[in-house]
Design a protein around this ligand. Structure first.
Ligand code: NDP
Length: 294
C-alpha cells in the first residue's frame, strides 16, 4: 500500500489566498496593511533562506514585510534596542527574531522582550503559557499550527487517537503536543532519552517527527495506516550528487506503511510560513480593534 501524500505546498497556497483576501479587507477597514518585521542576526545559510522566504511571502500577500539583517557580531544591547523600537512602532504588527541567535546573545531574553501581541512566532512565555493552559487568545507557534492543518486535511479524527511527538523543543515538540492534547488525542512525547523509540512510534495513529536527524524514523517504526507528519529539515550531501533536503522520516519506506505522509520538501515547511502569515493578520486585527483609528 502506498500512503496518500499530504501536500503542504498546495494547502499553503490556499491558506495564503485566504490571508491575501484578509489583508485586502484589513486595508479597506483600517487604511493600512499589516506589517511583519523579521530580524536576522548573522549569516547562518538556513536562516538566511528562511528569513528571505518569510519576507517575500508576507509581501506577496500584500503585507508590508521587512527583513532586518544584522551582523553576527551585533551586540545584544543593539538587538534589544531594535526589538524595543519594533514593539513601539504602531505600523509593526508582527515581530519574528529568527533562531538560533549567535552566541553570546541570550535568546530567551530577546524572545521575552517581544511584545506578546506582536509575537507571531508564538514563542513568548505568555503565548506558550496560554497554549499550555488550553486557553484561547494567544498566538500559536507556526510549525505545530501548520501540522494541525495538515492532520485536518487528512480527515483524521484526533479524539481518542494515540499521537506520538518525537522531539520536545519549545518551538516545535512541546507546542505540538499541547495542540494534540487540546484536540483530545492521547499524547506521548518522546526525546533523546526515550527507551525503545521504535516501539513507542509503532503505537502512534498520528506520528509527528521533529528531531533534526536525517531519516531516523524507519518504515518498520510506523503503524499501518498512521498519519505521519515529518517536520525535519536536514541537509544531506550524497556521496555523488548535490545537497538535498530530507526529513526525519525515511520517506520511501514509510510511505509503504503509512496512511498519510508529508513529503520533505513540500510538506510542513510551506505550512509554517503560511501560518506565520495567518498569525500576522490575526495580530494586526487584534491590535487594530484595540486601538483608536490612526
Ligand atoms: P531541536 O534540536 O531543538 O530539538 C530536537 C528534539 O529531538 C529534542 O527534543 C531532542 O531530544 C530530540 N532528539 C534528538 N535526537 C534524538 C534521538 N536520537 N531520538 C529521539 N529524540 C531525539 O530541534 P527543533 O525542534 O527546533 O527542530 C527539529 C527539526 O525540525 C529540525 O530538523 C529542524 O530543522 C526542523 N524544523 C522544521 C521546521 C519547518 O518549518 N519544517 C520548523 C522548525 C524546525 P532532547 O530534548 O532529549 O535533546
Amino acid at each position: 500500500m502506498s500512503a496518500r501524500i499530504l501536500d503542504g505546498k498546495a494547502l499553503a497556497e490556499r491558506v495564503r489566498a485566504e490571508v491575501r483576501a484578509g489583508v485586502d479587507a484589513f486595508r479597506a477597514q483600517y487604511g493600512r496593511v499589516p506589517g511583519l518585521d523579521v530580524v536576522l542576526v548573522g549569516e547562518d545559510p538556513g536562516s538566511v533562506v528562511y528569513t528571505r522566504n518569510k519576507e517575500k511571502a508576507s509581501n506577496e500577500v500584500g503585507m508590508r514585510g521587512r527583513l532586518h539583517a544584522l551582523a553576527a557580531s551585533t551586540p545584544e544591547e543593539q538587538l534589544v534596542e531594535m526589538v524595543r523600537g519594533l514593539n513601539a512602532d504602531p505600523l509593526v504588527d508582527g515581530i519574528l527574531v529568527q533562531l538560533p541567535l549567535p552566541k553570546p546573545i541570550d535568546s530567551a531574553k530577546i524572545l521575552d522582550l517581544i511584545d506578546v501581541a506582536k509575537d507571531v512566532d508564538g514563542f513568548h512565555p505568555v503565548n506558550a503559557g496560554l497554549l499550555a493552559l488550553g486557553r484561547p487568545g494567544g498566538l500559536v507557534a507556526c510549525t505545530p499550527a501548520g501540522c494541525m492543518r495538515l492532520i485536518a486535511l487528512s480527515g483524521t479524527a484526533l479524539e481518542r487517537a494515540n499521537a506520538v511527538v518525537v522531539g520536545r523543543s519549545n518551538t516545535v515538540g512541546k507546542p505540538m503536543a499541547q495542540l494534540l492534547l487540546s484536540a483530545n488525542a492521547t499524547v506521548t512525547v518522546a526525546h533523546s532519552r526515550t527507551r525503545d523509540l521504535a516501539r513507542v512510534c509503532r503505537g502512534a495513529d498520528v506520528l509527528v517527527a521533529a528531531v533534526g536527524r536525517a531519516q531516523m524514523i524507519r518504515g518498520d517504526w510506523i503503524k499501518p495506516s498512521a498519519v505521519v507528519l515529518d517536520v525535519g529539515q536536514n541537509r544531506v550531501v550524497p556521496p555523488e550528487g548535490k545537497a538535498k533536503m530530507v526529513g526525519d522520516v525515511a520517506f520511501d519506506e514509510a510511505k509503504e506503511v503509512a496512511g498519510f505522509i508529508t513529503p520533505v520538501p513540500g510538506g510542513v515547511g510551506p505550512m509554517t510560513i503560511a501560518m506565520l502569515l495567518v498569525n500576522t493578520l490575526e495580530a494586526a486585527k487584534r491590535r487594530a480593534r484595540s486601538q483608536p483609528r490612526a
